[in-house]
Design a protein around this ligand. Structure first.
Ligand code: CTP
Length: 397
């Protein structure tokens, strides 16, 4: 899901940091939209680092993207935690004076407010009326916890703990059936690095997001999930077994070892097609007067083709094809040809380059079978793509 985490300016903003982590670990893409005063409590760098997305507070930032409309429209769920008395008042009166309130006016998805403030502010008639107004419009407003507040005071007004916020937020969207329960799946993700010398490597721009989304979706649907991650810096989804690898050869060993017992293997990793024939034992030096350096590359093993050849009955093998169109054929034609060549049960074809695919947050994928026939298309978050892949795997089983 694409979730907007709105953060208003209260001391409890620190708990929203933990909520952000939990939402990310559950596989969701999260766009944090703090108010200006929220940044007094937790800085932009923290939100950006943990969400992996840009953070702005003002409708006049990123005007070309029309962020105040785009963020709300794309959201599957909006959670505002903490929601201060001021934020509740602005939301109730339909203000649009910052990016968060503008987002609240443009989203068409479920909205959850988790208020946190001093007891007097929470019980004030103005706040009560604002909460009643919001609830009458179908917005979910949690009751705050009772207990120690910022100073020596205590009473109703505490932000609930991040785990309960997570449960309350996810309860607003229909849960997926556990239709992968009892299934073992293996997912490779990330991008391999092939050493040139002790400090340099040949690599690629894969972030590992799509593989982690596949893993989070499979866990949510009840599967036992092993992820082979090549150089992924993002936090892995909760509930997976993780094997970290660096090179194509390490990835091959780890995936093949796990594939024997797997009902499905998904190769979402960007595996190097070539590696340096030899990795230099010492750092390669620049030679004065020698402006060129040639490196011999040798082909790596095509792991997907090998998995297809070794596939046992009932096992489904899925590949990903990151394609760019060229003079010979468009993205889909290249993908269909690759599907026929590789023979995987499913190939997820997605266009890359020019800001699409690698590292980006939304994907645009066509699923084709081993004959190159289109069996599905999906546009949306990487989690949406992940669920579409598992839907297709279920059909293939
Ligand atoms: N793949 C693999 N082993 C390799 C290279 C790729 O298993 N040595 C897998 C990838 O994980 C992906 C699929 O093959 O699932 C397609 O990868 P891609 O790089 O698009 O395919 P290539 O056969 O390398 O084709 P191209 O010539 O377009 O690079």
């Amino acid at each position: 899901m694409r979730i907007v985490l709105g953060v208003a300016g209260g001391i409890a903003a620190y708990k929203a940091v933990l909520l952000l982590r939990l939402l990310r670990e559950s596989g969701h893409d999260v766009r944090v939209v703090p108010t200006r005063s929220a940044l007094q409590f937790v800085g932009r760098a923290t939100w950006e680092a943990l969400s992996g997305e840009p953070v702005t507070t003002d409708v006049f930032d990123d005007v070309d993207e029309v962020a105040h409309v785009a963020i709300g429209r794309a959201a599957d769920l909006v959670v505002v935690a903490p929601a201060t008395a001021d934020l509740l008042a602005r939301a109730a009166s339909g203000r649009a004076d910052d990016l968060l309130t503008a987002t609240l006016l443009t989203c068409g998805c479920p909205v959850l407010f988790a208020p946190a403030m001093h007891t007097e502010m929470w019980s004030h008639a103005a706040t009560r009326a604002n909460v009643a107004t919001l609830r009458s419009r179908g917005v979910h407003v949690l009751e705050p916890d009772s207990g120690r507040l910022t100073g020596s005071d205590s009473g109703p007004g505490r932000l609930p703990e991040p785990e309960s916020l997570l449960a309350a937020a996810l309860a607003l969207v229909p849960a997926r059936p556990e239709d992968l329960s009892g299934r073992r799946v293996v997912i490779s993700t990330g991008g391999t690095r092939e050493p040139l010398d002790p400090v340099r490597y040949l690599g690629n721009r894969s972030s590992g997001r799509q593989g982690y989304a596949l893993a989070a979706a499979a866990v949510a649907r009840g599967a036992e999930v092993l992820v082979v991650a090549a150089n992924v810096t993002l936090p892995p989804p909760a509930g997976v077994h993780l094997v970290d690898v660096e090179t194509a050869s390490e990835l091959r060993d780890a995936v093949r070892q796990a594939a024997g017992a797997a009902d499905a293997v998904v190769m979402a990793a960007a595996v190097a097609d070539f590696r340096p024939a030899q990795a230099a034992a010492a750092k390669i030096k620049k030679n004065v007067g020698m402006p060129q350096l040639s490196v011999d590359l040798v082909e790596t093993v095509d792991i997907l083709a090998e998995l297809v050849a070794e596939r046992r009955p009932g096992q489904v093998v899925v590949g990903f094809a990151a394609e760019t169109g060229d003079a010979d054929a468009d993205v889909l034609e290249h993908g269909r040809a690759k599907a026929r060549r590789k023979g995987a049960d499913l190939l997820a074809v997605n266009p890359v380059g020019h800001g699409r695919g690698f590292g980006s947050l939304d994907n645009d994928v066509t699923l084709v079978d081993a004959h190159g026939a289109v069996v599905g298309t999906v546009t949306g978050s990487k989690l949406d793509v992940a669920h579409a892949v598992w839907d297709a795997v279920l059909r293939a089983w």
